[in-house]
Design a protein around this ligand. Structure first.
Ligand SMILES: C[S@@+](CC[C@H](N)C(=O)[O-])C[C@H]1O[C@@H](n2cnc3c(N)ncnc32)[C@H](O)[C@@H]1O
Length: 279
């Protein structure tokens, strides 16, 4: 029985179209450069996405990367779920046999596997495009730090906006485990002072509680501000992916780790344009 990877909504296509546009532009821009080009998809899925009514099967990120006209020199796919990893391997063996030697599929937690992959690549000679497409809050801040330290990766990160917003409770009464999860997601506990203020009304015990003081826009800006603390260039126009009820679900963010101003300028110009214009 196949472990079908289900379609989230129109935002799934929006996200994948943005990624694919950037991927094509990236491969064209680096075509004649001496660097080896690597694609790293750390939440790879099966390569296929089935629509809700199961009437259609769409190409997921892994398949889209393999189908691009220009090619990467190597592809790393990471997937936690073993059935999905097997399905991905089967899809690659059937549909992309010619690239088998250029593909590594790893089963495991993206945070752990990425650390090991990134440590073993010589970033003087390699450049990478990375896609972090978690279901929710799986990406640790420490993983983003490792990505930034390579100074060689362009990153598309599907930030779990609604999961974070839900944990940031209005009355400031946040479970310890959620608090730890937010710290892990955002890298420190600065969010407590940035997104909460003291309630002007005293509580039953005559003390001041903390209350949430963060609009959707404020929270979006804060996420970008946090990314800017570790990446030298971050797009300030992330795509806000909305659910059917038009509430923000994810923030699709772009960050460049290179400290070369020319590389940053080119990457930011392409990504900024795609984020503004891609429907
Ligand atoms: C949103 S889906 C990815 C979809 C895929 N990028 C595509 O376009 O087809 C997220 C995937 O991440 C996997 N996953 C969840 N937690 C993970 C983790 N800690 N490490 C690696 N993969 C994980 C899930 O099994 C799921 O297949």
């Amino acid at each position: 029985m196949k472990d079908l990877q289900k379609f989230g909504g129109n935002w799934t296509i929006e996200k994948l179209d943005i990624l694919t546009s950037y991927l094509d532009a990236y491969l064209t821009a680096l075509k004649n450069r001496k660097f080896k080009k690597i694609y790293i998809d750390a939440f790879a899925g099966t390569g296929k996405i089935t629509t809700k009514d199961e009437s259609q099967v769409l190409a997921g990120s892994a398949k889209r990367a393999l189908m691009a006209e220009n090619k990467f020199d190597h592809y790393y796919f990471i997937e936690f779920n073993s059935k999905k990893a097997t399905e991905l391997n089967e899809m690659i063996a059937q549909e992309f046999q010619a690239y088998l030697s250029k593909v590594t599929v790893c089963r495991g937690d993206a945070n752990v596997v990425l650390k090991s992959i990134l440590e073993h690549i010589d970033w003087r000679y390699n450049r990478a495009l990375m896609f972090l497409d978690p279901c929710a809050t799986e990406v640790n801040w420490t993983t983003l730090e490792i990505v930034a330290q390579t100074k060689a990766i362009d990153l598309w990160y599907l930030f779990p906006f609604s999961a974070l917003n839900r944990m940031l409770k209005k009355d400031g009464n946040i479970d310890y485990s959620w608090e730890k999860c937010i710290d892990r997601l955002l890298g420190d506990s600065g969010w407590k002072t940035e997104l909460y203020i003291e309630d002007p009304q005293l509580n039953f015990f005559g003390e001041q509680d903390m209350i949430k003081n963060a609009s959707t826009e404020h929270l979006q800006k804060y996420i970008i501000k946090r990314l800017k603390t570790i990446f030298p260039a971050v797009a300030t126009n992330p795509r806000i992916l909305l659910n059917e009820k038009k509430s923000p679900l994810f923030l699709f963010c772009f960050a460049v780790s290179s400290d070369n101003p020319i590389a940053q300028r080119i990457a930011m110009r392409i990504a900024g344009y795609i984020l503004d214009h891609k429907e």
